[in-house]
Design a protein. Structure first.
Length: 489
């Protein structure tokens, strides 16, 4: 795939701020954090996705002559600044949590350490990529969880908000646990399985349903999944499908991948009746697949009703994340480097407590229960801090600080989540394949307690601050509070 130059995939104010920094000779090194504040869907977690596309974006970050010509036409930018852009390259560092990792609110997913003009430019594109794919990967993981081991196929391309959303959304859905996609371009680009059957129009284009099934079975005898609800599911569709399966069996077909698809009606009732009919005909291993505006809640309900469905095609509600259209990731300044090389923490205040940021150059440690391998908590700390599993650690809620937990030495394990991706502008990270990331995600999800994965009212995984980081944040808040009082006098 030819890599697209997305350099102008940015908000105008990033460029106007860049010119402001340029004119004021302000280009100190800064730290920006990408994080989100609340789990989507009211869930207990999210899934990191999109890093490979961020890497491609940074690698191809270059203002072409046509870009400079366009910016000149806006009559906003001086020639000396345009000359600077003409030779622009990214020279900074980027750290990120790898794709497929389970993530939680307020912890840095991506950390950019770069001269402020460079760090400012990349904000919009990074947020666009990470927000979209993390949202769809999270939605897919919830749908997969609801299916309780049944296969989920992503079928949403025609309902996606454009080709990119459909294609990269399919990529993210695969990361979240889908077994395949209907999107052939996604299959080609990301080397993931493509799946599909036929439409109602195939049935309607023949003189009768049986003939349509017969012609399809002639073409695909080893992958014969028939759509049975065009006319009458139980009186026509299923009986005709059984007739075809009997003919395939009589011809010596091994009957390894065959079955029916339901796309309308009461899926619980229809699937149970169809299962009974197929079993009585001797086709106990025939797949019953279902589509029709499915999401995790409907699948969960159908499973509870005993629906005899073993494969699910999920389209609109997955690819558009219909019930939660935005991930909510933000990009905030956290520190500025002094001339002596030390980072000066910066904090954003807000009337809304949840919008107050965590200052400083930070990293994230995941703490696992040693016996079960499950996540105990995440700890946001300064990048210079170290912790040792053979020493006890006290965790506390950064808001309700009286809530404390002591982890005894050697009862937990630690893993640092942020890994280097770019150092001095050079990529030092190799992205796994999508199917490898899917396996990573599956393993990551297994580290969550069941109470955190439930669809409604999940248990919250605690994201705590280290003592050092909490002290710095408190000092900054107190100092700014005192300054506000002084200004009122």
């Amino acid at each position: 795939m030819e890599k697209q130059n997305l350099t102008l995939l940015t908000d105008l104010y990033e460029l106007t701020m860049m010119q402001g920094y340029f004119k004021n000779n302000t280009d100190e090194t800064v730290v920006f954090d990408v994080f989100y504040r609340n789990n989507p869907f009211g869930g207990g977690y999210a899934i990191a996705a999109g890093l490979e596309q961020v890497i491609d974006y940074i690698k191809h970050l270059k203002f072409e002559e046509s870009d400079i010509t366009y910016l000149r036409s806006l009559q906003l930018f001086d020639e000396d600044f345009l000359d600077y852009l003409n030779g622009f390259t990214f020279t900074g560092d980027i750290y990120a949590i790898p794709e497929g990792t389970v993530i939680f609110p307020r912890e840095p997913l991506v950390k950019v350490i770069a001269p402020i003009m460079e760090a400012q430019l990349v904000e919009t594109a990074i947020l666009n990529i990470i927000n979209h794919q993390s949202l769809i990967a999270t939605k897919a993981s919830r749908v997969v969880y609801a299916a309780k081991g049944d296969g989920i196929m992503e079928f949403g391309l025609r309902r996606a908000q454009g080709p990119d959303a459909g294609t990269y959304g399919a990529r993210a859905a695969m990361i979240g646990g889908c077994i395949g996609t209907s999107n052939v371009l996604a299959g080609q680009l990301f080397h993931v399985p493509v799946k599909g059957t036929h439409a109602h129009s195939w049935i309607m284009s023949f003189s009768d349903e049986y003939t349509a099934f017969r012609k399809y079975a002639d073409l695909y005898p080893h992958s014969c999944l028939l759509l049975v609800d065009t006319y009458d599911t139980l009186k026509s569709g299923v009986p005709n499908a059984i007739r075809i399966f009997n003919e395939l069996k009589a011809s010596g077909n091994p009957m390894k991948n065959y079955g029916i698809r339901l796309d309308s009606g009461d899926l619980a009732y229809m699937s149970k009746k169809a299962r009974k009919m197929l079993d009585e005909a001797g086709f106990t291993d025939a797949v019953i697949s279902a589509s029709s505006d499915l999401d995790e809640y409907l699948i969960d309900s159908l499973k509870a009703q005993g629906a005899a469905i073993t494969s699910w095609g999920v389209g609109t509600n997955l690819i558009t994340s219909k019930d939660c259209p935005a991930f909510g990731g933000v990009y905030k300044l956290a520190a500025i480097k002094n001339s002596d090389g030390t980072f000066v923490p910066k904090i954003k205040l807000s009337e809304n407590t949840e919008k107050i940021t965590n200052p400083g150059n930070k990293t994230v440690f995941r703490i696992y229960d040693k016996a079960s391998g499950k996540i105990k908590a995440d700890l946001i700390c300064l990048a210079s801090e170290t912790f040792h599993e053979n020493e006890p650690v006290i965790l506390f809620d950064p808001i309700e600080t009286w809530k404390k937990t002591k982890l005894r030495a050697n009862t937990y394990t630690l893993r640092e989540l942020l890994v280097p991706v770019f150092l001095d502008g050079k990529c030092v990270y190799e992205s796994p394949s999508v199917m490898e990331i899917r396996d990573i995600c599956k393993n990551e999800l297994s580290t969550l307690w069941d109470e955190t994965r439930r669809l409604v009212n999940p248990h919250r995984v605690f994201v705590d601050l280290s003592n050092q980081l909490y002290a710095i944040k408190t000092e900054l808040l107190n100092r700014m509070g005192q300054e506000a009082i002084s200004n009122q006098q």
